[in-house]
Design a protein around this ligand. Sequence first.
Ligand SMILES: *Cc1c(COP(=O)(O)O)cnc(C)c1O
Length: 230
Amino acid sequence: MSITENLKQVCERIVSAEQRAGRAIGSVRLLAVSKTYPMEAVREAFGAGQLAFGENKVQELAVKAPQLPEAEWHLIGHLQSNKARVALAHATWIHSVDSVELVRRLQRIAKEDDRKASLLLEVNVSGEASKFGMASEAVEEAVLAAQEGPCPCVGLMTVAPAMAAETELHRIFAQLRTLRDTVAAHVGTPLPHLSMGMSGDMEIAIAEGATIVRIGTAIFGQRDYSKTGN
Ligand SMILES: *Cc1c(COP(=O)(O)O)cnc(C)c1O
C-alpha cells in the first residue's frame, strides 16, 4: 500500500468514526506523525493533501520543518526546557507541554523571539509512572499561566498506555474530556482541542471527543528505529 492509499483509508476511518459518534464530518483533524520517516514520505503525504505533520523529537523537527515550510509542524514528544526556543522556531503547535514552568518559559521565549504556537497540555490521566504528562490537578494553573503570554492554550493531550484494553481506553479518553470540560468551565476559557488517539485507538478516541488524532504507522507503515536512533 502506498502512503497516498493509506492516507485515504485513514481519512475514511475518521469519517466513519465521526458518523458512528454522531459528530460532524470534519470535526476531527488528522495529524500525520512523521517521526523516523524520511522527507520523501512526508512530501508524498503532503502531495496527497495532508497539511499537518507531527514530530516527537525537537532535533528531528528542526531538520525536517525547514525542508517543507508550507506544511504545519507540530511537536508531540517530550520537550526539555532547554529546547523550548528551538521548538518554538519550528513548530506552530506544541502538544507536549507538561508543566507550569514550561508554559511560562515558552511564553517568555515566544515574546523575546516574536514567535507564536498553539499549546496543548499533556496530561497523564492514567497515572502510569512511566508516562510523561502533568497530573490532572496541575492543569488549571497551567491554563491560567498560558493566559499571560502570546501562545494560547487550546486544549489537552494524552497518550494512552499501549496495551490498554478497550474499556480502559474509553475511560482514559473520557477522563481527559471531562477534565477539559471542568477546567474550561472553571477558568472561563474554551479549550476546544483534545489531542488523543493513535493508529490503534483512534476510533475510541473519536467516540470520546478527540478533535486531533495523531497517526503514524497507519499512514507511513512500521517504523524502523534501528535506522534513526529514536
Ligand atoms: C509515535 C506517536 C504517535 C503515533 O503513533 P502510531 O501508533 O504510529 O500511530 C502519536 N502520538 C505520539 C505522542 C507519538 O509519539
